[in-house]
Design a binder for this molecule. Structure first.
Ligand code: HEC
Length: 158
């Protein structure tokens, strides 16, 4: 049961990532959300510590056993460093997930999903969210940054 729930949870996020990838990749009439040119990494680091670290870890290490749902059936907070899957997602997904929270993002895809990831849209401005995401990305090795960039912009990895 637990293993199945874990597979389901990860599958759902993977599907979300794939859907967003296709969507942002289709360009033209749809406006995709990408990180602004200018982000404040210092402010982002401070905001991360205040707002995200309690669950995702002071060093972006995530919670223990983050791949398996806890007793409440919810997945723990995954790491945001390169050992997690944050970098598998395009900017749009990361932004929406942070602004709206897991439940609302999944509901928008027609999926019912009990998520432990709250939405921060009431608490953080869009620029503050980008500052945090910019900080998170800045901690990744260059190679991982390149893959996430390619995924966001629908271009091949260099
Ligand atoms: C109350 C705990 C909690 C806080 C605080 C929190 N998160 Fe989360 N977050 C989670 C959980 C739990 C998940 C994974 C499970 C899920 O998606 O439902 C998650 C997932 C995510 C994901 C998706 C990652 C992936 O690989 O799919 C992103 C992005 C994210 N959080 C960003 C943030 C940011 C940025 C902040 C701070 C502004 C933050 N979170 C604060 C609990 C939290």
């Amino acid at each position: 049961m637990r293993a199945m729930a874990a597979i389901l949870g990860i599958g759902v996020l993977a599907a979300l990532g794939a859907a967003a990838y296709v969507w942002t990749g289709s360009a033209g009439d749809v406006q995709s959300v990408v990180m602004p040119e200018s982000v404040d990494l210092v402010a982002g680091e401070a905001l991360y510590a205040e707002t995200c670290a309690a669950c995702h870890g002071a060093n972006l290490e995530g919670q223990d056993n983050w791949r398996s749902p806890g007793a409440d059936g919810r997945l723990p907070a995954p790491p945001h460093d390169e050992t997690g899957h944050t970098w598998h997602h395009a900017d749009q997904v990361l932004f929406d997930y942070t602004k709206l929270g897991g439940r609302e993002v999944m509901a928008a895809q027609g999926m019912e999903f009990d998520s432990g990831m709250p939405g921060f849209g009431d608490q953080l401005s869009d620029q503050e969210i980008w500052n945090i995401l910019g900080y998170i990305k800045s901690t990744w090795p260059e190679e991982i940054q390149d893959i996430q960039y390619a995924r966001t912009h629908g271009v091949p990895v260099n």
